[in-house]
Write a protein that binds this ligand. Structure first.
Ligand SMILES: [Zn+2]
Length: 84
């Protein structure tokens, strides 16, 4: 049977043999196309599955951030006063 590579569109001959494992590059014309598609898929998967920071975490981070700067600012003021 003839199959069309879903990546590059190349028509290639695919011989299906019962009880035989599918070719390693199936359903692509070559291992190269398969790895490109897998890479694309993994990238998409990675983008989708990358969890967006939870609001709680953002708040927590903001708080740490603010505290850090308040502390740094307070220290700066203190140092300023002490140096005078
Ligand atoms: Zn191909």
């Amino acid at each position: 049977m003839k199959l069309k590579c879903s990546l590059c569109g190349t028509i290639y001959e695919f011989i299906y043999m019962k009880d035989e494992p599918l070719p390693s590059n199936f359903p692509f014309c070559s291992d190269r196309c398969k790895s490109i598609d897998l890479g694309k898929w993994l990238n998409e998967e990675y983008c989708i599955s990358t969890p967006l920071p939870e609001t709680e975490k953002i708040t927590e981070m903001e708080q740490i951030f603010t505290e850090f700067h308040e502390e740094a600012f307070a220290r700066l003021l203190r140092d300023d006063t002490e140096s005078e």
